[in-house]
Design a protein around this ligand. Sequence first.
Ligand SMILES: [Ca+2]
Ligand SMILES: [Ca+2]
Length: 472
Amino acid sequence: MNRFLVLMATLAFSSAATAQSDDRLSAGDVVKDCDDCPELVVIPSGTFLMGTPISDREVDLVRGEGPQVKVTIDYMFAAGRFEVTHGQFEAFVEATGYVVKDECRVWNDDIGFNDDPTASWQDRRQPKRVKDEHPVGCVSWNDAKAYVGWLAEITGKRYRLLSEAEWEYAARAGTTTPRFWGSSSGQACAWANTFDLDGAEEYPFPWFPATCRDGYADLAPVGQFKPNAFGLYDMIGNVWEWTEDCWAATHVGRPRDGSAWKWDVGCDMHTTRGGGWLSAPERNRIAWPGRDPIEKHNTQFGFRVARDLGTGGEVGEGGSIRRMTLFTSDVELSKAFWSDAMGYRVSFEDEEFGGEETAGSLNLDEGNRAHFVMMTSAGGTGPMIGLLGSNGDEFAPIEREGAQRPRAGESLLVVKVADIFATFEKLEAMGVQIASQPSRLSGQMTSVVGYEGTVYTPDGTRINVQQVDSGG
Ligand SMILES: [Ca+2]
Ligand SMILES: [Ca+2]
């Protein structure tokens, strides 16, 4: 994935007041934005290996724990100190009238696990009587998204779910072992509410418990166990936690910058992380991903919130802005092209120079000056999610026909858009030279599926425009 040249910058787009107060925060600080808001912990930036090494005896490659990939999160962000509680979620429901669908997968002593139409987030059977301090459960991914959307609205801050990479980074808190306390599931009871000997006495689940006692046969109130090194509680066990990402059976192709991996057309299944109170020990591991339908309600499914801080970490979701880098040799022409045709706002790092010289990293021919300009989504066209630079031979293993195929030695950029057909209509109306109209695209090794067409920018740069339906 070194062919990706996604260069994120750290310009703040939030209001000055937010930026100022957030700018005073440092890693480990605890933040609370309103009375009913969850407490947050500021997570430091950093790099980590995501996934489980193939040599690990518990690795589950079919489920998508591998291969390990290096992810760099070059921004601080805030993550829920605890799982969102029942009381916090109730405040949201009371304030908005939001309706969570009844029916939840619960345990029934007579028939085992079943999708019970009479169970709900308020009556989720385990525990028998839910308290405000319990994590919320029986909520779907959509319910979790509605909650963070509400928090964003009432606080003016960029609340969201954690990306899967952020979740794993936060859970690891610098550790590389399967669990943040080490390797052994038998030591879980000091750190996590998992399916333990107490649970096994009450529930005859057909899998082995952790061989210790944590004091909770089923759900525990949040924060009853030791936190990890970042100060986060229950990152393993208690409730599973919905993440922003679509589930994928591999880490190949995953973004390496901490952003969520999603397809433009959406996905049926999202990833849950961290295991739960009733899960088997091998699932109560940092790297094991659950894959669950977007509207699944399960008594042991809850979530944890995240929020962007005033600087950096922009994620192209929910109206927040991501800053991108594009190469050009003619600043004025490119500005017109990208602003008018693609609907992006363009700003320049250095007005006089037009940006930073980047020819070296792009392997451009001598004399082909490459500068970069800053691109931000102006809304409406969806976030631009990536840029790719190539010099022909090194290009991604994607099947391309005719004009779409790069020629050896050629510099090429790929811009990803939400609606390629609408984009090409705009480009044609502007009189932009079209090299090839959008056609179906499939990757051999990258699992990229979607459409791609090729245009020339006014400065003669060939640009492959992609709409990626999956992968990439
Ligand atoms: Ca337990
Ligand atoms: Ca949890």
